[in-house]
Design a protein around this ligand. Structure first.
Ligand SMILES: [Fe+2]
Length: 314
């Protein structure tokens, strides 16, 4: 039996999106004044949880071609993709990851019904330290397997990072950080976009087990029906407006002094009637620079490395 759909608050970012996302620097973000109406909406939304729908990006317009490019890529067999672009030695942080290659944090079972591809944040890699660029050596676009895939996902990645930074700018204002203080920690960080391909073998199959997100902020686009959030020990489906992207806060944010109070909502993905099959999703995982000091003076890079080892299974 289905529960009623859980409403996710909508934020309108259309007045805060820059036309040129290619050469953004920290000064532009510092000068960004957030509209008080948006700030209020963020504050109110946080009372209900840590998921938001964000309106105003061009990501929804980019989805049909990105979906097609992804289908082209995943039309190649798992074996071909793994041989050409599998990187178990890099904990699957770049390139191809096979069905069953990962499990959710704390989960017993691996996620058998999804394969995915990880692309890094090369556009800003010159800003990061060597440590933050450690996986970029393996970050090749698979042009021979799908000519439009790399450019499609990177275009979504650029916009998604900007969305996350506007939200961080809101948090800076709401929680008495200096302008740009949180955003600066994302400039040159190892932010990644994961292109997910889910097959749905039968209705009600768990496609991604219950979990919290590890990263700072996740920006999700694509086929989202089937996502469910845990409220008071019950899972509720969420319905995302097709002109919006979904943004949620991850565990890394809670590890920042001054943001500990930002809640986490556990979530999962289930095959439900009316779902696209295959289901294609683009998840941008926005990260902090690995040298960032988290609570208890833990280095972000050490904290994250531990988490990644916990979830990698192959
Ligand atoms: Fe998630």
């Amino acid at each position: 039996m289905y529960k009623a759909i859980h409403q996710i608050p909508i934020l309108d970012f259309s007045d805060h999106l820059f036309s040129d996302l290619n050469n953004l620097n920290i000064d532009e973000y510092k000068q960004l004044e957030i509209d008080p109406v948006l700030l209020k909406a963020v504050e109110k939304g946080l009372e209900n949880g840590d998921f938001f729908q964000v309106f105003g990006t061009e990501i929804p317009i980019k989805l049909p071609s990105a979906r097609q490019a992804s289908l082209d890529l995943f039309s190649h067999s798992s074996q071909v993709l793994e041989e050409a672009h599998g990187h178990p030695e890099l904990f699957r942080q770049r390139g191809y990851s096979p069905f069953g290659g990962e499990k959710a944090v704390g989960a017993e079972e691996v996620d058998l019904h999804r394969q995915f591809w990880m692309s890094g944040h090369l556009a800003e890699s010159h800003l990061g330290a060597v440590e933050d660029r450690q996986y970029d050596v393996a970050d090749q676009d698979p042009n021979t397997l799908s000519p439009n895939f790399g450019s499609s996902v990177r275009s979504i990645l650029h916009e998604a990072i900007h969305v996350a930074r506007i939200l961080l700018r809101c948090f800076e204002t709401l929680y008495q950080f200096e302008a740009g203080e949180l955003i600066a920690k994302t400039m040159g960080a190892d932010t990644v976009i994961r292109t997910l391909y889910y097959q749905s073998p039968a209705l009600n199959t768990i496609l991604a087990g219950e979990h919290d997100d590890i990263n700072l902020i996740t920006v999700l686009a694509g086929d989202m029906w089937g996502l469910e959030v845990l409220i008071n020990d019950e899972f509720y489906p969420v319905l995302i407006r097709p002109d919006c992207v979904l943004v949620n806060l991850g565990e890394m944010l809670n590890q920042i002094h001054g943001c500990e109070h930002l809640g986490r909502i556990r979530h999962r993905v289930v095959a439900r009637p009316g779902i696209h099959n295959p289901r294609i999703q683009f998840a941008t995982f926005v990260h902090l620079l690995r040298d960032t000091r988290l609570l208890n003076d833990v280095r972000c890079g050490d904290w994250f490395a531990q988490r990644i080892q916990e979830i990698t299974t192959k």
